[in-house]
Design a protein around this ligand. Structure first.
Ligand code: PEP
Ligand code: MN
Length: 360
């Protein structure tokens, strides 16, 4: 896949903000709701109004969207406010209807990106179009699947492509609704630096209080835009009530976010350094999480040893681990000395944990 600079040009041609801010409700609920939110957003940094019309719900029985009727509401919002519009399309018929109603940007939802058949159907329906298409990451943490979907659009000669990072589902409950797994979009950015990358903090967070921090991390990683679910009465939204924020909150947020503009050599150096440091912060955080996980497993072993009256220190097992890690470390270009230090420290912490388990 070649680089994709066109969407950037399109954004410039439309004189849209950098970063691009897309905002609006999870779902279009009523015409009044869509219009009211659009009017509240029109004087903020948001230049594109989002609203889901066809809502993919994980389980049946939840609000599944107002359907094609909502497209007229988006059209009217655009006439009244001058904002551009975007909605999710999940099959060729949606594409056809969205095109007829002059929706400006289409996005592909996370549950669609996982399905090569549907992605191909949508790509065929969009063949040759200039219409910008934003591909959300698949629900599962699989970079190849995400890229595969982008490639299907690219091969269908869809000219203005971008991607949206909305996080990845996990079985374990974490502080996020969908884990950000920042290393995946970072890898994608390294492979395709010209593919515009937009953060959807709302579906990552699943709650309001960490939206700002997620946006700041994305901007520090040089993301090109944000898509934030916004509603005048978030608590009573018909879908995703916990994660939507008010238009005025979004407005304040865009004032408070640090946005770095790349200009001049010294500034560029500082920006690159700050981006690399944010990447390091992401990895350090993962290291801590993984160490915490290791210690929790160690605690389990501690209680097994206690029940069975087995000694904490098992020298044979420990030497096996060290030998294996030294070999695997070499593959990662890590010296034997370093591996020994790190694993001795980890081992000591494990022993301390198990002592605590056994003595309580
Ligand atoms: C949405 O944007 O409202 C949505 C359904 O998103 P996702 O496909 O990321 O779950
Ligand atoms: Mn939503």
């Amino acid at each position: 896949m070649k680089n994709n600079k066109q969407l950037r040009h399109w954004l410039d041609a439309m004189a849209l903000n950098h970063p691009l801010v897309i905002a609006g409700p999870c779902s279009a609920e009523t015409e009044d709701q869509v219009l009211k939110i659009a009017h509240q957003l029109k004087d903020t940094d948001a230049t594109v109004l989002r609203a889901g019309i066809w809502k993919p719900r994980t389980r049946p029985g939840n609000f599944e969207g107002v359907g094609a009727l909502g497209l007229k509401w988006l059209q009217r919002a655009k006439e009244e406010t001058g904002m551009l519009t975007t909605t999710e399309v999940a099959n060729a018929n949606h594409v056809d209807l969205a095109m007829k109603h002059d929706i400006d940007i289409l996005w592909i939802g996370a549950r669609t990106t996982v399905s090569p058949f549907i992605v191909q159907e949508i790509a065929d329906a969009l063949r040759g179009t200039d219409k910008p298409v934003l591909v959300k990451n698949p629900v599962n943490p699989d970079l190849a699947l995400w890229l595969g979907a982008v490639e299907r659009f690219y091969h269908a000669d869809v000219k203005n492509l971008g991607v949206i990072h909305r996080g990845f589902s996990t079985y374990e409950k974490t502080r996020y609704r969908n884990n950000p797994e920042w290393q995946i979009p970072i890898d994608l950015q390294n492979k395709f630096p010209d593919l515009p990358l937009i953060l959807d903090p709302s579906h990552i967070a699943g709650r309001r209080d960490i939206i700002f921090d997620l946006c700041q991390t994305a901007l520090d990683l040089n993301y090109d835009g944000l898509m934030v679910e916004t509603h005048f009465d978030p608590d009573n939204a018909w879908s995703d009530a916990k994660q939507q924020i008010k238009p005025e909150t979004l407005d304040q947020m865009t004032v408070d976010l640090r946005i770095r503009k790349e200009e001049g050599d010294a500034v560029e150096f500082k920006n690159k350094l700050a981006t690399a440091r944010t990447k390091i912060d992401v990895v350090d955080h993962q290291l801590l999480e993984i160490l915490g996980k290791r210690m929790r497993i160690s605690d389990e072993i501690g209680s097994l040893k206690k029940k069975n009256n087995v000694a904490i220190l098992q020298t044979k097992r420990w030497n096996e681990i060290l030998g294996k890690m030294i070999l695997q470390g070499e593959e990662q270009n890590l010296s034997e000395e370093f591996i020994l230090k790190i694993f001795k420290a980890i081992h000591q912490e494990s022993i301390n944990h198990q002592k605590q388990v056994i003595n309580t």
